[in-house]
Ligand binder design. Structure first.
Ligand SMILES: Nc1ncnc2c1ncn2[C@@H]1O[C@H](COP(=O)(O)OP(=O)(O)OP(=O)(O)O)[C@@H](O)[C@H]1O
Ligand SMILES: [Mg+2]
Length: 399
């Protein structure tokens, strides 16, 4: 709530400025220096209260008020410090106490002014009273603003919570649907085929040599059909993003969709990679960007894929709030994202490094070796591109 923070800053600033102005003559040597020690103690006590911002500010408020009354009794120049104190009373006390406290402080100022040279005049009464009225009216405005901001914050928190719940429910529903689809596919194809192979093999055991050969031929055909089914099945698991576009293009689309404003870079000549490598790199990018969107609060995000000699590297960098790798989320939840990335890359014989620290952004870097099967996309069948491309450099520092 920046506007409320600004109001608070203005009140504290006004307190110190007015205290300094009141202590000015003593500092300059034109007034008794006896006020300086209590003024210094008041400044320190007040500052301590701001820094500690205790849940029960009563004792602190009492100490600040007592020191101010002492200074007021010594020198009526400290009357003006009452103004920020009015706000302090109105902010920190319940209304039934705050209004009498403001009235009492106003009375103390008027009494101090009565003791000042020239005695009490109408202006010396009207001034503090008007100040108190302005403070009370402003206090009401401040309280309304505070309530409104609290309500908004609550609303935003509720919305974020609902959005997370919805996303989790959708993910879960998707996972269940996919699991059911896989179970159906396996049941209707592979399981059926394997059970008929088992039956044929059993029948062959007791059949005549001629009939056994026919059964084994039949079993071989069924196995070949099943193999074809299994291949089709694995093909069907290819993410649609990779069916629609080559890997760099798919990564560019994912980057732009998941983190608006994120930059995508491609280094080197893209080559066709084995499907499992492409799927792993796509999934890694999706999860790393989802993490940026969910956790990082980053201003800049960059995804870089580089096709180098013998390996492909993928870097996802953000300049957000960062975290301590290995610590896990503060709420103690079980998480899968980083763990899944690590497993996918390890399964391909690659390496994954996560560099991050609180306040330092996050860099996720994966490197996967590319076997001799990799060829330039545009010229499949020709030699792989010559010359190692430089490894992409992050645009910012991460611990
Ligand atoms: N880019 C990032 N910036 C800041 N914190 C991050 C970033 N990436 C991960 N984290 C921190 O690391 C934790 C673990 O991330 P991970 O992806 O494993 O789990 P998650 O995103 O919390 O949940 P999920 O299992 O749904 O992915 C996160 O909860 C978050 O605190
Ligand atoms: Mg995650």
């Amino acid at each position: 709530m920046p506007s409320l923070r600004l109001v608070r800053l203005a009140v504290h600033g006004a307190f110190y400025v007015l205290l300094a102005i009141a202590a000015g003559p003593a500092l300059a040597g034109t007034a008794p220096v006896a006020v300086l020690p209590p003024a210094a103690v008041l400044a320190a006590v007040y500052g301590l209260g701001i820094v500690r911002s205790a849940r029960r500010p009563g004792p602190w408020l009492a100490a600040v008020t007592a020191l101010w009354l002492l200074l007021l009794a010594m020198d009526h120049g400290f009357s003006y410090v009452a103004f920020p104190l009015f706000f302090l009373f109105l902010h920190a006390m319940p209304v039934r106490w705050a209004h009498p406290a403001v009235a009492a402080a106003t009375a103390a100022v008027v009494a101090a002014q009565a003791g000042a040279p020239g005695g009490l005049t109408a202006a010396k009464v009207i001034g503090p009273v008007a100040g108190a009225v302005v403070a009370i009216l402003t206090g009401y405005g401040y309280a309304a603003l505070y309530r409104e901001s609290r309500r908004r914050q609550q609303l935003i928190d509720d919305l974020l919570h609902t959005r997370d719940e919805l996303a989790a429910a959708q993910r879960e529903a998707g996972r269940l649907a996919e699991r059911q689809r896989l179970a159906r596919e396996i049941h209707d194809t592979l399981a059926q085929g394997l059970s008929s192979i088992v039956l044929l093999a059993r029948a062959a055991e007791t059949a005549s040599p001629e009939a056994a050969r026919a059964r084994m031929r039949e079993a071989g055909r069924t196995a070949a059909d099943n193999l074809a089914e299994a291949r089709r099945f694995v093909q069907a698991l290819t993410p649609p993003a990779l069916e629609e576009a080559p890997l760099p293009e798919a990564l560019r689309r994912v980057t732009e969709r998941t983190v608006p404003g994120a930059v995508f870079r491609l280094d080197g000549d893209p080559c066709a990679l084995p499907m499992e490598t492409e799927v792993a790199l796509l999934r890694l990018t999706q999860e790393a960007l989802a993490n940026v969107a969910r956790h990082a609060r980053a201003d800049h995000t960059a995804v870089t894929i580089a096709f180098l000699d013998g390996q492909v590297t993928l870097d996802v960098y953000d300049d957000g709030i960062g975290f301590t790798p290995g610590d896990g989320p503060a709420d103690g939840r079980r998480t899968f994202g980083l763990h899944g990335m690590r497993e996918r890359i390890a399964a391909l014989g690659g390496t994954l490094t996560v560099e991050s620290a609180p306040g330092e952004g996050t860099a996720i870097a994966a490197a996967v070796p590319v076997g001799s099967g990799a060829r330039p996309r545009e010229a499949a069948g020709e030699a792989a591109p010559a010359g190692p491309a430089a490894r992409p450099r992050h645009t910012g520092a991460a611990a």
